[in-house]
Design a protein around this ligand. Structure first.
Ligand code: SF4
Length: 149
């Protein structure tokens, strides 16, 4: 069976901005029998854990990749370069393992698919993809948001 790229935090790795993880039996059931590549683009991009929460500003992940939007944390620090670097490393990891699919953490500015936080740091959501989800989709890797998270 083909390999699948999975957000590392969904597999119990405490790499979220708050130092926690989002591992669950639902996610494990969804990848049973698959070769799993667990990957955290934000850590791979050079960010530390824990870290300040970050959101997409001025557009979604596609706009970030196109240079018309940014990723900033809640102190105003621009972390766009780290997010783009992490996305590129995620794509390289997926390609290297032959992944054609990814199961990623919902709403994240990196991993979100379909819906992400809107840049206001108020919990509000907007339609769109995170930076890594956008780069994977743009390169033919089908991204699904994880169930039950
Ligand atoms: Fe890392 Fe993605 Fe999980 Fe954020 S959502 S901690 S970037 S794997």
């Amino acid at each position: 069976m083909e390999a699948i790229l999975v957000s590392a935090c969904l597999r119990g790795v405490p790499c979220r901005f708050d130092g926690r993880h989002k591992g669950s039996s639902e996610v494990e059931a969804a990848v049973t029998g698959r070769e799993v590549v667990s990957f955290c683009p934000e850590v791979a991009g050079g960010l530390v854990t824990p870290r300040r929460p970050a959101e997409l500003v001025g557009g979604d992940g596609y706009d970030v990749l196109d240079g018309t939007a940014r990723v900033v944390d809640d102190t105003g620090r621009d972390v766009t370069a780290e997010f783009v670097h992490g996305a590129r490393r995620a794509l390289a990891a997926a390609r290297s393992a032959g992944c054609t699919e990814a199961l990623l953490m919902p709403r994240s500015p990196s991993c979100g698919r379909g819906v992400v936080h809107d840049g206001s740091f108020t919990g509000e959501l907007m339609p769109g993809d995170g930076v890594t989800a956008a780069l994977l989709e743009r390169n033919g890797i089908a991204v699904r948001p994880a169930p039950g998270v």
